[in-house]
Ligand binder design. Structure first.
Ligand SMILES: [Zn+2]
Length: 298
C-alpha cells in the first residue's frame, strides 16, 4: 500500500495486536500492519478507518471522556463520572490528555477563524412589536486550577463565555413561523481563557455564521459589574451589566438598561444611517468580513 506519511510503497508486515477503549468496553483486536522503508514509519489502514489516534480511545469514547473532563476535575471524571455514566474506566492522565488535546484543537480552530456548527442563517423569532430579534450575551466564570502537587490549590482563572441565541417565545404568534412545528432553541457558544476583548472577534464570526445581521433588532445582556472595563478607551465586550442595543452594525448601552430582565426589554429598531457607533468589542457584528462558516469536528 501507499505510505500515508511519505506516499512511497509500504510493505505489509502481518497482523499486529491493538487495544481500544470503546463505549461498549475494552476491545483487543488484530489488524494488518504496514512498514515503510523510505521513512521508517508504520501504519495500519484499519486504525484510520476506525478513527483511532495515538491514544487508545475510540472516537465516541474520546468524546465522552472530554465531556466529563470539562465538567469537573480530571480526577473526578476518571474516578467517578465516567465509570458511573458510561462504565468507562480511564486513568486521570488519560482524561487530562484527551480533554486538553480537544481543547487545543478548538483553540487552533478558533484562532484560524473557524466557526462551529452548521453555517445557516437562523429564522429569528419576533418581539412584541413584530420585529425579529437576535440575542447576545457575555459572562465570566471562574475555573478552578490544580497546583503542581496533589491537593495543592492554585489561583483560579476566569473563562469568558459569549453566546448568540434565538430563544423561542412562549407566544406562538411571535415564532418565526407561527404555523410550523415548535422550533428548537438555538445557541452558539464561544469560550476562552483569553482577555475579554479577544472574545469579540470569534463571537462576531459566529454571529455572521447564523445571520445575526438579518435580525432587525439585537439585544445584548450581561449580568455583571464584575466584567472590568479596560483602560485606554477600549471598553471590551459588554463591559457593564445591563442591556445593549443595536446601533448600525455595533452595540451601544441602552439608556436605563441596567438591571433589566429579558422579559421587559424592548430595543428600538436601528435608525437608518446608523447612530453614534458601537461599543468597543462588539462593533461590527454585521456581515462585513464575516468568515464563511466551517464545521470543524471538535
Ligand atoms: Zn513512508
Amino acid at each position: 500500500m501507499t505510505c500515508p506519511h511519505c506516499r512511497e510503497d509500504a510493505r505489509c508486515k502481518g497482523l499486529r495486536g491493538r487495544a481500544a477503549l470503546t463505549l461498549l468496553g475494552a476491545l483487543r483486536f488484530e489488524r494488518h500492519y504496514y512498514h515503510c522503508r523510505h521513512c521508517g514509519r508504520g501504519s495500519s489502514p484499519l486504525d484510520q478507518a476506525l478513527g483511532l489516534t495515538a491514544g487508545d480511545l475510540s472516537p465516541a469514547a474520546e468524546e465522552v471522556v472530554c465531556l466529563a473532563g470539562v465538567q469537573a476535575s480530571f480526577a473526578e471524571a476518571a474516578s467517578r463520572t465516567l465509570s458511573r455514566l458510561a462504565g468507562l474506566r480511564v486513568s486521570e492522565s488519560t482524561a487530562q490528555r484527551a480533554t486538553e488535546a480537544a481543547g487545543g484543537r478548538v483553540e487552533k480552530a478558533q484562532a484560524a477563524g473557524q466557526t462551529f456548527g452548521p453555517a445557516q442563517p437562523w429564522a429569528w423569532h419576533k418581539d412584541a412589536d413584530g420585529c425579529t430579534v437576535g440575542y447576545l450575551s457575555a459572562d465570566a466564570t471562574g475555573v478552578g486550577q490544580q497546583g503542581p502537587a496533589p491537593g495543592q490549590g492554585a489561583e483560579g482563572r476566569m473563562a469568558y463565555v459569549g453566546m448568540i441565541y434565538n430563544p423561542v417565545p412562549a407566544d406562538r404568534q411571535r415564532w418565526a413561523d407561527p404555523h410550523g412545528r415548535r422550533p428548537a432553541w438555538q445557541a452558539r457558544y464561544v469560550a476562552q481563557l483569553q482577555p475579554l476583548a479577544a472574545l469579540s472577534e470569534p463571537l462576531r464570526r459566529q454571529g455572521g455564521q447564523v445571520g445575526l445581521d438579518q435580525a432587525q433588532r439585537w439585544i445584548a445582556l450581561s449580568d455583571g459589574g464584575e466584567l472590568p472595563a479596560r483602560g485606554g478607551g477600549d471598553l471590551g465586550l459588554l463591559p457593564r451589566g445591563g442591556v445593549f442595543e443595536r446601533v448600525g452594525q455595533g452595540l451601544a448601552p441602552r439608556p436605563g438598561g441596567g438591571g433589566a430582565s429579558l422579559a421587559d426589554v424592548v430595543v428600538p429598531a436601528p435608525q437608518a444611517g446608523g447612530g453614534p457607533g458601537g461599543v468597543g468589542g462588539l462593533a461590527g457584528l454585521g456581515p462585513e468580513g464575516a468568515a464563511p462558516g466551517g464545521t470543524p469536528e471538535v
